[in-house]
Write a protein that binds this ligand. Structure first.
Ligand code: PAF
Length: 292
């Protein structure tokens, strides 16, 4: 294990080193919470580490830009990477160990074996990025087997990802509790995301409109308005606020992610409103819970 300075989190780069440390902790009766990341850490990630800290005596974070969840032509090569800054941020949030595997460590014999959560992975973002969730579940399953945590924490910002991972954990009976953590937002409501770094200053000024449109729509739906009307208004608001193509704004069952019927939400029911839209060359996603 490499313990650099007291401002950097200790790192391991191989599964063997990782297992030695995790097994030592478990033999000493400690519990392990895990936060998988692709790096380019912001305060949203750090809030996941803080939640993990509350749930277990040790926290492991991984930093791995996973090639299998990027399609050719997506931003795998240009995805922001700053290991030293990430390790300092992890240390400041109280992370005990960072796992930074290489591609060879994660996929030593390539990618013949994949984990696919059918159907839920083909909806919403899966329509626009068909490879994406299959890459995510494949790498998260491998990371779970490497880290062997008791608890894993994922952000609600990637709501579809969170629900798909919950389903994978149930279906494959991973002995891991999956927790969702609330989306961290900037002052104007924009959900924190590593890809916000791609926005120009003007795009950044306009980008808060995504959360504003979802928030307004959630209020209207909570008051009993018809989904088709409200979702149409939200799309129009986005187009008038500088967004280009709107991939979707939709109201779904929070667990299955299936579209809800076009009828006022029944009293006492909960739903999830999700949106994805392009601001310049950056695709932004967000979601919000709706209840009546
Ligand atoms: O949400 C992410 O950053 C990634 O999809 C994850 C869960 C780390 C898998 O690569």
């Amino acid at each position: 294990m490499n313990s650099k300075t007291d401002r950097s989190t200790p790192t391991v780069r191989t599964r063997a080193e990782l297992l030695r440390q995790v097994m030592d902790w478990k033999r000493a009766g400690e519990t392990v919470a895990f936060v998988p990341t692709m790096g380019a850490l912001h305060s949203g990630h750090l809030s996941l580490i803080e939640k993990a800290r509350e749930k277990a005596s040790r926290v492991v974070a991984s930093i791995f830009v996973n090639p299998t969840q990027f399609a050719p032509g997506e931003d795998f090569d240009t995805y922001p990477r700053d290991e030293a800054a990430d390790l300092a941020k992890l240390a400041s949030a109280g992370c005990d160990l960072a796992y930074l595997p290489t591609v060879e460590e994660m996929y030593p014999e390539g990618t013949l074996t994949n984990v696919r959560v059918e159907s839920m992975s083909d909806l919403l973002d899966g329509i626009y990025r068909p490879h994406f969730f299959y890459g995510v579940t494949t790498v998260v399953a491998r990371l779970f087997l490497h880290v062997q945590p008791d608890v894993a924490v994922f952000g609600e910002k990637d709501y579809q990802q969170l629900q798909i991972i919950r389903r994978m954990v149930r279906d494959l009976a991973f002995p891991i509790e999956v927790l969702g953590a609330p989306t961290a937002r900037d002052a104007d409501g924009l959900a924190q995301s590593s890809r916000n770094l791609y926005l120009t200053a003007e795009e950044r000024r306009n980008a808060g409109a995504l959360q504003a449109a979802l928030h307004r729509a959630a209020m209207r739906l909570g008051a009993g308005a018809l989904p088709s009307e409200v979702l149409g208004e939200a799309r129009t608001l986005l187009s008038h606020s500088g967004f280009g193509k709107v991939d979707y704004v939709t109201l779904v069952d929070p667990a299955t992610l299936l579209d809800l019927p076009d009828a006022p939400l029944r009293e006492g029911t909960a739903a999830r409103l999700l949106g994805a839209a392009w601001m310049g060359r950056t695709r932004l996603i967000d979601n919000i819970s709706v209840s009546r």
